[in-house]
Design a protein around this ligand. Structure first.
Ligand code: ATP
Length: 589
């Protein structure tokens, strides 16, 4: 399955894609209905009050100023004051309500995206860069927050005021109103024609932000190699390129987002010009009053100002849509490692613990790594997987632990298709100590408990007792502060070998039926390795062990040795044979 999120970049959009995406976007705030209705009422009142102003001013001029009735002027000014204060109150209310909606949406979205990432399989993380994913969680969700908290109600409000002002213009004088509004129609055509282009520009820009974030993340995690090889220039150049790309796309997006501003300004000025010319002509012929012209000009402003605001909001909207696209593509990803029901249901007691049946496997866009492989792993035996670098040992182990599903064929666990086990059942049965042990920032205790929640409530003494019973106390002694030794994911607070020991304790304490060690002792001194060997020998009798190792002494005591290379997995027979196969790359007897 292709998990590459980049496949969606520059994809041609289906018709009505914007409206579909908008509908989905609004569905996100469906449970905010009450707040939305309240904010909607507030913006409606605000828009209504904004429209009352010009009418009142025009009426004051015509009725009271021209007839010098100053008490009427005072009364209307008082009414205007109340109108402005209430308008301020409703504006504040809607900003507050929508600010809350934005923050809650941001909170929900970030949780949803993060939880989705927890559900996705290893193949997804192979195909996507961590920096880009972080950018989706941090940057893109914030674009949606901005849209909901700042733009959405302004959008609604602007449309109300614009429509109201437009109606007033037509109501006061139909031909003059129509002439004043005509530049807006050209605006609308222009916006429609450029919408897809604007969105594309924003999408490309957000992707370049993701790429830049990926570059930063990669250089920060590889800082030691950069310093050791004195290759700061390499990452500097790569970052400069990503930054340059971001700069160019940001300029493109900025241009696309701002192109409406001058066009709207021009349309508004044309509108004013038309009204002034015709209005003054109408006044001179006695068909229009000065007060009405003042109201008219105010409504023109009330019509074109929101339109100008809509242009900015439209740009925010396009950014939000592009961000939403990036988030929704991620949210739509489905793990292909689902638990499959209705396969063979009952585990078969006589079946081998694990078996490959005609298993073939290739990575996406890669060559076939395993070709029609068959083997059985019996309970209680120790197996070694050997072979040249890149031969397929880790891949085989990953299929055993169901980090991937075979491209074809079946992996059976206890005689049952491994896909029919829930991930809890499967990980209880199979312990996998990875080549690069990953630990979390915290203590040795916390890292051990990460894989063994059953001991969560145990005191340090109780946990130490559990560790002693599992013969792991010799390993715990390698840490100065025992279970309380601090662990950091980055930096060198503890050595790589010590990390491997923690990963080892974490896996062994789970008492799995099958324990896979992928180069798990590569960084451990010989004495500790002997200790590990003893621990492995003393695991419960039925525990099956798979050891992947390049060091020959590690595989010497294995019951069976598999040689893995060029798509094939073959039994080496004896240790000597395995050594020959390793040296000559093929079976010799
Ligand atoms: N995530 C991946 N995506 C694409 N190809 C991969 C991936 N992981 C491994 N491969 C390819 O699959 C092949 C087998 O790799 P694998 O890691 O299984 O070998 P290995 O025998 O464990 O090697 P080593 O001894 O170096 O650990 C190699 O050609 C490798 O390039």
């Amino acid at each position: 399955m292709n998990y590459d999120l980049k496949q969606f970049v520059g994809q041609k959009e289906e018709k009505n894609a914007t409206y579909k995406a908008l509908r989905k976007l609004l569905a996100l705030i469906d449970d905010e209905r009450q707040t939305l209705i309240l904010a909607f009422i507030a913006i409606l009142v605000n828009s209504g009050l904004t429209l009352v102003g010009p009418m009142l001013v025009g009426q004051t001029v015509d009725t009271y100023i021209q007839t010098k009735q100053y008490d009427g002027v005072l009364r209307n000014v008082s009414i205007l004051l109340v109108v402005y204060v209430v308008a301020f109150g409703t504006n504040y209310l809607q900003s507050r309500l929508m600010g809350g909606v934005g923050q809650r949406t941001l909170f929900k979205l970030r949780n949803a995206v993060f939880n989705k990432l927890q559900d996705l399989p290893v193949a997804f993380f192979n195909q996507n860069k961590a920096g880009d994913l972080i950018s989706r969680i941090n940057n893109d969700t914030d674009k949606l927050n901005q849209f909901f908290s700042q733009s959405l109600m302004q959008f609604v409000g602007s449309i109300f005021i614009m429509t109201g002002a437009g109606l007033f213009l037509l109501f006061i004088d139909l031909p003059l109103g129509a002439a004043a509004l005509s530049p807006a129609i050209l605006m609308w055509v222009f916006t429609q024609a450029t919408a897809a282009w604007v969105k594309r520009k924003n999408a490309v820009n957000l992707n370049s932000v993701g790429n830049m974030s990926a570059e930063i993340q990669e250089s920060l995690t590889n800082f030691k190699v950069i310093i050791a090889f004195n290759r700061r220039d390499y990452f500097r150049k790569r970052f400069e390129e990503a930054n340059q790309q971001n700069y160019k796309t940001a300029i493109g997006a900025g241009l696309a987002n701002n192109i409406f501003m001058p066009v709207i300004g021009l349309a508004a000025n044309f509108g004013q010009l038309i009204v002034l010319t015709f209005g003054i002509y109408l006044i001179s012929t006695g068909h229009f009053s000065v007060g009405l012209l003042i109201s008219f000009l105010s409504y023109i402003t009330n019509f074109y100002n929101p339109l100008r605001q809509l242009a900015t909001l439209w740009a925010n909207f396009q950014v939000a849509m592009a961000a939403w696209d990036r988030i929704s593509h991620l949210l739509a990803m489905q793990t292909n490692l689902q638990t499959v029901e209705n396969l063979q249901t009952e585990p078969d007691a006589d079946a081998p613990l694990l078996a490959f049946r005609n298993v073939s496997f290739s990575y996406p866009d890669g060559q076939e790594v395993l070709h029609t492989i068959n083997f059985d792993l019996e309970r209680g035996k120790t197996y070694a997987l050997v072979g040249p670098t890149g031969g397929g040992k880790t891949t085989t182990a990953s299929l055993i632990a169901r980090l991937y599903d075979p491209t074809s064929g079946t992996v059976l666990l206890d005689g049952k298709d491994i896909r029919s086990y829930s991930s809890e059942e499967r990980t209880r049965k199979i312990g996998f100590i990875l080549q690069e042990p990953f630990l979390f920032t915290g203590t040795v205790r916390e890292n051990i408990l990460y894989g063994n929640v059953a001991y969560q409530s145990y005191s340090n003494e109780q946990l130490a007792e559990v560790i002693r019973k599992a013969n792991l106390d010799g390993l715990l002694e390698r840490f100065d502060n025992g279970l309380d030794t601090k662990v950091q994911t980055t930096g060198d607070a503890i050595s790589l070998g010590q990390k491997q020991l923690i990963a080892f304790m974490r896996a062994v304490l789970r008492h799995p039926d099958l324990l896979i060690l992928d180069e798990a002792t590569a960084n451990i001194d010989t004495i500790t390795e002997q200790l590990l060997d003893e621990i492995l020998q003393n695991l419960p009798e039925k525990t099956t062990r798979i050891i992947i190792a390049h060091r020959l002494n590690t595989i010497e005591s294995a019951d069976e040795i598999f040689f893995i290379n060029a798509g094939q997995v073959s039994l080496a027979g004896s240790f000597d044979n395995a050594v020959d196969m390793l040296l000559h790359g093929k079976r010799v007897s």
